[in-house]
Design a protein around this ligand. Sequence first.
Ligand code: 2BA
Length: 109
Amino acid sequence: MKLLIAIVQDYDANQLLTALSEAGFRATRIASSGGFLRMGNTTLLIGVDDAVVHQVLRIIEEHCRQRTEVVPPEIVGDLHEWYPPNLIEVVVGGATVFTVPVERFERIE
Ligand code: 2BA
């Protein structure tokens, strides 16, 4: 079994969760924020059998896309001196996914 830790943009999270659920995968949604932009994003914990990891990755690819975000001036600090405020951009996403081996999994009923 693997635990997929997927960090996605908030814009994509609902559609992605719907698609995962429709495909029969369980997921846990955690509200998170990026360490660089300090903007909200969504972290999904998805526990799946090894054989279907690629299916989950494909669903993530289908529902998460790259976007350009403006870096808030207060975040860039000294860069202010070289760039006009509000014009520093970074490309974010589609998704950052960690695939972690699961030693043990139990659902207590
Ligand atoms: P943030 O940390 O807010 O980063 C947002 C975007 O800013 C990144 O997009 C990247 O394009 C840029 N960026 C991040 N750190 C940077 C730096 N030190 N210098 C220049 N640009 C930088 P993504 O790479 O697509 O990452 C999207 C979000 O995924 C991140 O939000 C963070 O929450 C998470 N993430 C990405 N890589 C990670 C990692 N190695 N470990 C943990 N979380 C990660």
